[in-house]
Write a protein that binds this ligand. Structure first.
Ligand code: GCU
Length: 595
């Protein structure tokens, strides 16, 4: 009854709920003409989604997204963003409001800002990442809905924007669901919120939506370019300039608004030793879009992994997207630089960004620092393999991961899954993803983290149908921790596939500063010994092309509850959560020095 009154009182406002349109992901947003909406956003914790559903659990027309204010003294408005607390965006709510440390549910965010419209310019509202399910409104009008916590999305909100005061309201819900991606259980903190940048992107009516620029993996002297406009317009002129290479070419779009071209060129190749990036300019419709792009070749030959035609050993480490100290989602270049410099100290030339696409700042910083990357979508453990909307969700995350980072020379592997149970349904789901990834990007390698969970008579055998859908066979193994403690020296490995092998996880937990016998769990000596035995064991694996031990630093996880040791941290880091190096750090560093 109460809420019905409101509809009568505010008829005009509630009627115009026409949705704006979700535009395909715009590429290279960081070099576009943008206005940042990062900063302090008001928030309202809404555990029963009072602001979205009425008491009959029906979505309302007058929810919190209206950001309504009483107009007359008798008006009843039972929320007020302006009087509500604020938190930083980008950021998670768990580490910004102690009441929300364990919170999983809905939180509403609101940000007001002044804007001046420019005739002939369109405005996209861009989010780098919102965990997990988000409804977006501009000036009370629905801009769109997005699912997935680790990929970017944007809506064309030109018609919703006003000259003068505007407001954006976002309903964020990070509740876990069995049919979601990731599914209900995962070994990392379910940080909720608007965890990455929020930008207004100003573009012309017709704009360059996305492009790819790379060299052919076989013929390093062949440069390949493709570009796509936001509309299917033929005969449009797209100009590409790479001043340092004296490249200045103009192409015409085909009826789909697409350019595809290749030509001879001899760029210096990007490599970890020399992460050469070229300044690139793309000119279309009197707009110049710049980028810094590296050129490299990545391919396999039997069990060899070849970077720029030469075999490479991937000296890696796994990493979560968590700030170096004290937890919380990492989301800036400086966050990334600190963590990646720790990896460099280890002697790494490769990092596995686990288990979801990390933010663009981290990917680009790794590229500048000469660090190769494995990027993954969170098809983690037991996903709802037979649920088509779960598949579409996973495929969208895969698409958006590729569309955002397809020009990053340092990304060499797209990973489609981690530790998934064998079944025909799983194979169907993942093989579709593998095929789809290749259709979007045939220039990179496809992999997934398989697993070897036991040995027969000390013989460990990788046996996974998905081997035929990947270019690199990768697996997680925890000899010395979850199984076969101190048996690593006796172990042998059979990997019956003529493909490069990456051991995508191994390791064990230790509490920094806890010392004792090497068979005493949780001591640095136990972890140190485990690493010594594991690296010696890995050296025996035929075709081993790299490894990404689990993990760079201790990280928050709701699954780790051992008091005085874990305290909601997974303790398998080589660094503590205070940046302290554990003894095992030096074992891995020494091994990599020999590689
Ligand atoms: C798994 C999983 C990780 C997890 C790790 C662990 O292999 O992929 O996400 O944190 O094991 O148990 O510590």
């Amino acid at each position: 009854m109460r809420k019905f009154l409101f509809a009568i009182l505010f008829p005009l406002a509630s009627l115009s709920l026409r949705a704006a349109s979700e535009a395909s992901l715009i590429g290279n947003v960081l070099n576009r003409q943008t206005i940042s909406l990062n900063g302090d956003w008001h928030y309202i914790v809404d555990i029963q989604e009072e602001g979205y559903y009425d008491y009959r659990m029906k979505p309302m027309r007058w929810g919190f997204f209206m950001n309504a204010k009483p107009q007359k003294p008798e008006d009843l408005i039972e929320y007020d963003f302006d009087a509500s607390p604020t938190m930083k965006v980008p950021g998670d709510w768990n580490t910004q409001d102690p009441r929300l440390f364990f919170y999983e549910g809905t939180v509403w965010f609101e940000r007001s800002f002044h804007y001046t419209k420019t005739p002939g310019r369109r405005v996209l509202l861009y989010f780098g990442g919102v965990n997990y399910d988000s409804h977006i409104y501009v000036n009370g009008k629905k801009a769109g809905h997005h699912t997935g916590g680790f990929t970017a999305f944007n809506f064309d909100v030109t018609d919703e924007m006003k000259d003068g005061e505007n407001f954006v309201v976002v309903k964020v819900d990070n509740k876990r669901h069995a049919d979601a991606v990731p599914t209900q259980i995962f070994d990392w903190w379910n940080y909720g919120g608007i965890t990455r940048d929020v930008l207004l992107v100003e573009v012309s009516e017709h704009y360059l939506e996305n492009y790819t620029l790379r060299i052919d993996n076989q013929d390093f002297k062949r440069m390949e370019f493709s570009a796509r406009l936001n509309q299917a317009l033929a005969g449009e002129k797209v100009r590409l300039r790479i001043p340092e290479l004296k490249i200045d070419k103009t192409f015409e779009t085909n009826p789909e608004g697409v350019v595809v071209a290749s030509w001879k060129a001899s760029p210096k190749l990007w490599s970890p030793e020399d992460p050469k990036l070229y300044h690139v300019e793309l000119i279309y419709n009197e707009e110049t879009l710049t980028d810094e792009i590296g050129f490299r070749s990545i391919r396999t030959e039997g069990k060899k992994l070849l970077l720029n035609g030469r075999p490479i050993f991937l000296k890696g480490i796994s990493m979560h997207e968590e700030k170096a100290y004290g937890g919380g989602r990492a989301n800036s270049t400086s966050d990334a630089h600190l963590l990646l410099s720790w990896a460099k100290e280890l002697g790494c030339n490769f990092v596995r960004f686990a288990h979801y696409p990390h933010n663009e700042h981290a990917v680009r910083e790794a590229e500048r620092m000469g660090i190769l990357l494995w990027s993954e979508i969170p098809c983690y453990w037991t996903i709802a393999w037979t649920n088509e909307s779960t598949y579409q969700n996973a495929q969208s995350q895969l698409r958006d991961m590729i569309l955002r980072d397809q020009n990053r020379a340092n990304i060499i592997i797209w990973s489609i899954a981690n530790e998934t149970p064998h079944s025909a349904e799983r194979d169907r789901f993942l093989s579709r993803l593998s095929t789809y990834a290749r259709s979007l990007d045939s220039s990179r390698l496809i992999s997934m983290a398989m697993e070897v969970t036991n040995a027969k008579n000390y013989v460990n055998r990788l046996n996974d149908n998905m081997n035929q859908y990947v270019d690199v066979v990768s697996f997680n193994q925890y000899v010395g921790w979850y199984r076969d403690v101190n048996d690593a020296p006796k172990m042998t490995w059979e990997i019956p596939y003529d493909k490069p092998v990456i051991v995508s996880e191994f390791g064990g937990g230790a509490k920094y500063g806890l010392h004792g016998e090497k068979n005493q769990r949780w001591t640095e000596e136990f972890q140190e010994n485990l690493y010594k035995e594991n690296v010696a064991m890995l050296d025996k694996i035929d075709g081993l092309a790299g490894t990404t031990p689990w993990i760079l630093k201790d990280f928050r996880s709701p699954r780790r509850v051992l008091p005085g040791v874990q305290d909601y941290y997974n303790m398998k880091g080589l660094f503590s959560d205070k940046g302290e190096k554990k003894k095992a750090f030096f074992v891995l560093k020494e091994w990599y020095e020999k590689k």
